[in-house]
Ligand binder design. Structure first.
Ligand code: NOJ
Ligand code: CA
Length: 677
């Protein structure tokens, strides 16, 4: 009897396994055939996919689907309807960027699936497979039995086929995107933000992220068990995480895949998955370097609020304009110019005016003075994450700035996570999340309203970058990481490995207004910044942003004039970029070519250890002699001692193909300008 029961059990398990076994309903490969994606449906009608790279499984069967709040889940009982393939190969130009010309070459597969249950709801799953990764998204076609999708969760999985190491920061935590990177095994990942980078045991690198986050909630990644990861959408404070009328498409879920860390950075996947420029001529968007009435506030020697320490006075702004003009910097950011900073501004963004200046700051006079010196004022709009108040005020503010010829605004959304205030259609105010659906709608509203007035936007405490700068090139930069401000007052300060982590994680999403270049290497109360002087210069090349700040106080730059020369010379707009070497959290060496000349620039950063790196100058033009102006760590330089200021500046002639050795001190870096002769 027992034997019979055992046989019965084995047969049942066998049939259950057969029922769950996934079958491939369609397949798509990358143009070079290295990447293969299979679309699967299992015996329960659950849709899924897997990914192979060079014949090896990278992502094993991973399910797809949705939980809805007011209708049955979209997860089981699907049958395959049809699959449509298409391919594209073309190039497009970035109006500004790391590369001038970008190739967009992919094979696409659109698979329609339909429920066999009475609702017969349909879903399209679209995969675009590139040589450097894959993107997929869901498309909800118009249909009689689903008019509005109230999504409480997206059931997208990413099940890694091998053990892996992950570099990640926590999601939906109070400091939003301003965290230091964790390096853990994949099974120790908690709830992580994207981009999240993993290195598989066989050596492949994958960066998980998303592209074209429009009118949707941002995707985070959570470990379920072992190597099994799943998408978790950022919450909404008022019901479903996403509400959309059909038809609509979700953002692309992306896996950038490379055989080494530099390969991840060289990918154009995220930009390629975004739609082309919708703004037309954007010659009014100006990459530039800018100074600021800013660092003094973070040092607490000046204040945003009115009073004796008020930084934004007419007299000080004119002094800063003179400093900018003398050194060839064409922008001045003025923070604390507008009324609303007195009292607890962190808590009550309601008090901010975006048009009325404090009495000791004459906006018209400062703008006019700047014009005489070729220095544009960058307006500052801190909102304290009160998006509702900002939306009510921004039209008038942008009109005013346009009338003054102000072409760039730095916005800010300081508040703890969960403090992003938005107005619902019924007029009520709710507290939401910095990366929820309402925030994605708000940010695009700001960017498109600004575009109408030919103004560029640089948000701090922003929504993450998903490549929308391609579609809206006035979205010129953003924060969205731990920047220089943490070196003024942060506990802890940014450690030496921070940037070597950022290059292969956060920087895969797009520009970062990190504000490098504090040459005094001192934060608040004379505290030490954990960097050498040469590294501060290298950051202008390593951490990309088309607008780069020159943040230190003018009197500090006066004490470091030889180093200031590199900051004066380095451009912020590039026609080409090459990552010459790199390992996450260890080092990164990047070369970039100036858009406006034949000159190249190189930046190298390390971590808390010393490095002796060798790079080949094969990016330089053949038959051209270059004068390499080198700014490198002195032999005793060390971020832990006053020798952090020890820097050797030397020049030598170099040619394409030469090898250069880069000695990097603990906490150090190196910057080089290659001047074509
Ligand atoms: C935080 C921003 O990151 C910083 O740059 C700015 O100065 C303050 N908020 C005040 O708006
Ligand atoms: Ca910030």
């Amino acid at each position: 009897m027992k034997r019979l029961y055992n046989i019965f059990l084995i047969v049942t398990v066998y049939f259950q396994a057969m029922a769950l076994k996934a079958e491939t309903v369609a397949t798509i490969t990358s143009p070079n055939k290295n990447l293969v994606v299979h679309i699967l449906i299992n015996g329960e009608g659950r849709p899924g996919y897997n990914v192979e790279s060079n014949g090896k499984n990278l992502v094993s069967e991973s399910r797809l689907g949705f939980l809805l709040s007011d209708a049955p889940q979209l997860a089981r009982n699907f049958i395959f309807v049809n699959a449509v393939e298409r391919s594209e190969d073309g190039t497009w130009k970035q109006p500004w960027g790391e590369w001038e010309s970008i190739r967009n070459h992919f094979n696409e597969l659109k698979v329609r699936i339909q429920e066999k249950t009475p609702l017969h709801r349909q879903l399209d799953i679209v995969f675009r497979v590139y040589d450097d990764g894959i993107g997929f998204r869901y498309e909800f076609p118009e249909q009689p039995t689903l008019k509005i999708a109230n999504i409480v969760e997206e059931l997208t999985q990413f099940n890694l086929a091998e053990p892996a190491t992950a570099w990640w920061i926590p999601a939906i935590e109070s400091n939003r995107e301003e965290y230091l990177y964790n390096k853990t095994s994949i099974d120790e990942v908690g709830l992580a933000q994207t981009p999240m980078t993993v290195k598989l045991s066989s050596g492949s690198y994958i960066s998980f992220h998303e592209a074209a986050l429009v009118n949707y909630s941002a995707m985070n990644i959570q470990k379920v068990e072992g190597r099994h990861l799943k998408a978790v959408l950022t919450p909404s404070s008022s019901g479903p995480k996403v509400t959309r009328a059909l038809p609509f498409v979700t953002p692309w879920r992306t896996l950038t895949i490379a055989s080494d860390a530099p390969g991840l950075y060289m990918s154009h996947l995220i930009l390629n998955l975004n739609e082309p420029n919708k703004l037309g001529d954007v010659s009014w968007v100006h990459p530039r370097k800018y100074v600021g009435i800013w660092w003094g506030m973070h040092l607490d020697t000046q204040s945003w609020a009115s009073g004796v320490k008020h930084g934004a006075t007419t007299a000080y702004a004119k002094k800063m304009i003179n400093f900018a003009s003398k050194n060839g910097f064409s922008g001045l950011l003025v923070e604390g110019w507008n009324q609303g900073w007195d009292g607890d501004w962190f808590a009550n963004g309601d008090d901010f005016s975006f048009t009325k200046a404090y009495p000791d700051y004459d906006l018209d006079a400062v703008v006019a003075y700047g014009k005489t010196k070729n220095v544009s004022i960058i307006a500052h709009n801190e909102t304290s994450a009160n998006a509702a108040h900002y939306e009510a005020e921004m039209g008038a503010a942008f009109d005013l700035y346009k009338s003054l010829g102000i072409d760039t605004i730095k916005t800010g959304y300081v508040s703890d996570a969960g403090g992003f205030r938005v107005r619902k259609p019924d007029g009520s105010i709710v507290f939401d999340w910095h990366e929820g659906q309402a925030s994605s709608v708000h940010h695009l509203k700001v960017v498109t309203e600004a575009a109408k007035r030919h103004i560029a936007i640089n948000p701090h405490e922003p929504i993450k970058d998903t490549g929308l700068r391609r579609t809206y090139p006035n979205w010129i930069s953003r924060e969205g990481a731990r920047g220089m401000e943490y070196n003024a007052w942060g506990v802890p300060k940014n450690p030496p490995a921070h940037e070597a982590n950022l290059v292969f994680t956060r920087m895969l999403s797009g520009p970062f207004d990190s504000t490098p270049g504090v040459l005094s290497l001192k934060g608040r109360d004379n505290s030490d910044i954990l960097s050498t002087e040469a590294k501060q210069l290298a950051l202008y090349v390593v951490i990309y942003s088309p607008i780069q700040m020159v943040p230190d106080l003018p009197e500090n730059y006066e004490n470091h004039l030889p180093a200031l020369q590199f900051i004066k010379d380095v451009p912020t707009d590039w026609s080409d970029t090459r990552v010459l070497a790199g390992e996450i959290g260890d080092h990164a060496v990047i070369a970039r070519k100036d858009r406006a000349s034949d000159n190249w620039y190189l930046g190298a950063v390390g971590n808390d250890q010393s490095h002796m790196l060798t790079v080949k100058l094969d990016f330089l033009s053949a038959h051209t002699t270059y004068l390499a102006q080198i700014y490198r760590d002195g032999s005793k330089a060390d971020y832990r001692t006053e020798a952090k200021h020890s820097m050797i500046i030397e020049s030598r002639k170099v040619h394409a193909g030469d090898k250069l050795t880069l000695p990097i001190a603990p906490g150090g870096g190196e910057a080089i300008r290659f001047v074509a002769q």
